[in-house]
Design a protein around this ligand. Structure first.
Ligand code: ADP
Length: 545
């Protein structure tokens, strides 16, 4: 027997329509590429998203057509999020930090029909335009007076494109399983692969973000998205903000510590979301200028995801910023959110140390994400917080395959997706990532977690950043090498660092050597590029012991 409830598809256009009725005056604050701040309301975004949808219709954009962006976080990008997906086309956000060859590959693979770009990427577009075979026109996200002087055929101006269009548009009622947006994973190996999100997956995922055990997003928040809108839909926040009425603060291209601090102060930010490397530069700025963020800012939650949140970083947010860290884990294939580290009632009286231990974990799965850990043979391992194994997931906002079937099937016979991460799960459902399967250090038949070692190393006051890789060893198979970047003006020797680690990790985990470098390589999404480091240190030999 079917239930007798109304059957409305879950569509991104319905999120915008809700925002227009429920909180039309909710604010979106953007730092523009040109420099000045721009403030507008959800009503403005809605009006202009409809003008954009009419403009795209006039350009003969069809349902399912891919419309690309090369853009920072800003109000025009928000308009594209709602206008493009709302009209039934697919928003393809391209990561401008990828190599030009990768961008070219992605745009051709996706068969993008139009490309909208911020002025910062004008030269890149000029370079790539002749090689983007399917793109019919390139639209600069600016007004006529600031149009770039570049040699690009079919160069259009965004403001001109939409200005004469009607701000009335009836959103089509489409299948909620229709594609809404497309993101390519950064592809540390092989070509990037496309993850094709649907309206339904995006909305279910965004609802989960709003829950109390998610990010508890509400109209009381002013949310700073340091996570780029070209990286997994800014973790779903543009939709979740429109659902909840949260104020959005979009930092544009200025992601340095000083700019972020100013924005947090001037826009009364309560919730900020980003990867550990951006928080590193924010915290360094605060330290260098002896600022008092607990007094200056109204920040009360910081979401750290994309890579493991170092304990020292969590502690600084708690102690100096008076802000609670929500450690979160996920991946592009998961829209991206899988787990969030919130506390349970039983942790209310935990000491700071106990709490920091807990916050080192990536957290508990949200409803909608099933997870389990398995051994090499695929047998499920106990959820005892000790056994560690391959982390598998399934759920309605997790990919079933890559765009155009690239890479073949990605689910096992029972529908589980292997995340490529190694983790433990404890009886309270807290998951902790030990490592990526390919980064874990295999020493004498046991595993050493490179993440744990890195976190321990960055809690040393002289260390800015650390990476640990496995170096082949004749007796133990692999042994850890610690590679560190020291903070400006600070000194520490190999002996200092190993002595510091001695009390923090098991003796047999201690790195066999320490290398000092000026900088560590990062991927386009801010992760340590271990593959590059392994190449860099491939001739490195450890003294046998
Ligand atoms: P990519 O485009 O490189 O695949 P993703 O953002 O999809 O980028 O990367 C997902 C991976 O990032 C996860 O599988 C995991 O290894 C790592 N990751 C994400 N969040 C965390 C976290 N909080 N702690 C540790 N690792 C994380």
């Amino acid at each position: 027997m079917l239930g007798l409830m109304q059957d409305h598809p879950l569509l991104i256009s319905s999120v915008l329509e809700h925002a227009l009725k429920a909180h039309p005056q909710g604010q979106i604050a953007s730092r523009t590429v040109e420099g000045p701040m721009h403030h507008c309301s959800y009503a403005d975004i809605g009006r202009r998203a409809k003008q954009l949808a009419n403009a795209l219709t006039a350009l003969d954009v069809q349902p399912g057509d891919r419309i690309a962006t090369l853009a920072w976080n800003g109000y025009r990008h928000m308009e594209l999020y709602f206008g493009v997906s709302g009209m039934g086309a697919v928003l393809h956000t391209i990561n401008p930090r990828l190599f030009p060859e990768q961008i070219e590959f992605i745009a051709n693979h996706a068969e993008d029909q139009y490309l909208f770009f911020d002025l910062s990427f004008a030269a890149l577009v000029e370079q790539l335009a002749p090689r983007m075979k399917t793109v019919k026109a390139f639209i600069a996200l600016t007004d006529r007076s600031r149009m770039p002087a570049i040699e690009v055929p079919n160069l259009l101006c965004y403001e001109e494109l939409i200005e004469d269009q009607s701000d009335e548009f009836i959103w089509p009622v489409i299948d909620e399983r229709a594609a809404s947006s497309l993101c390519y994973t950064s592809g540390t190996t092989g070509n990037p692969k496309g993850v094709l999100f649907s309206h339904r997956s995006s909305i279910l995922h965004s609802l989960a973000l709003c829950t109390q055990d998610g990010f508890a997003l509400s109209s009381a928040d002013s949310a700073l998205l340091v996570v780029p809108m070209f990286h997994v839909n800014a973790w779903g926040m543009p939709y979740a903000a429109a659902m909840s009425g949260a104020r959005l603060v979009l930092p544009g291209a200025s992601l340095d510590g000083e700019s972020l601090y100013q924005l947090m102060r001037d826009e009364a930010v309560t919730l900020a979301l980003g990867v550990p490397t951006v928080w590193m530069s924010l915290q360094q700025y605060v330290e260098a200028h002896e600022l008092d963020p607990a007094v200056d800012l109204q920040l009360n939650r910081v979401v750290i995801g994309g890579a493991a949140a170092p304990r020292a970083q969590v502690e600084t947010f708690e102690n100096r910023f008076d802000a609670r860290v929500l450690h979160a884990w996920g991946m592009t294939e998961m829209s991206p959110l899988g787990t969030v580290c919130n506390l349970l009632p039983k942790h209310r009286y935990a000491t700071l140390d106990e709490r920091l231990d807990l916050q080192a974990k990536q957290g508990r799965s949200l409803f909608g994400v099933s997870m389990k850990i398995v051994d090499a043979a695929g047998a499920e391992l106990p959820r005892d917080g000790k056994a560690s194994g391959h982390l598998l997931v399934k759920g309605p906002w997790i990919a079933s395959q890559y765009y155009r079937g690239e890479g073949g099937p990605i689910l096992d016979d029972s529908g589980w997706f292997d995340t490529g991460d190694i983790a433990t799960i404890d009886p309270d459902n807290y998951m902790q990532i030990t490592d990526r399967a390919k980064d874990v250090i295999k020493s004498g038949g046991e595993w050493i977690s490179s993440i744990d070692l890195e976190n321990a190393a960055v809690s040393h006051p002289a260390v800015a950043e650390a990476a640990v890789i496995g170096i082949p060893h004749p007796k133990w198979q692999e042994r850890p090498l610690l590679i560190v970047v020291l903070k400006a003006g600070k000194i520490a020797s190999k002996e200092d660092l190993l002595g510091f680690l001695e009390s923090r990790v098991a003796k047999w985990w201690l790195p066999d050597d320490v290398a000092f470098v000026d900088a560590l390589p990062h991927t386009a999404t801010g992760k340590l590029q271990k593959m590059k480091l392994r190449e860099q240190f491939q001739d490195y030999r450890l003294a046998c012991r």
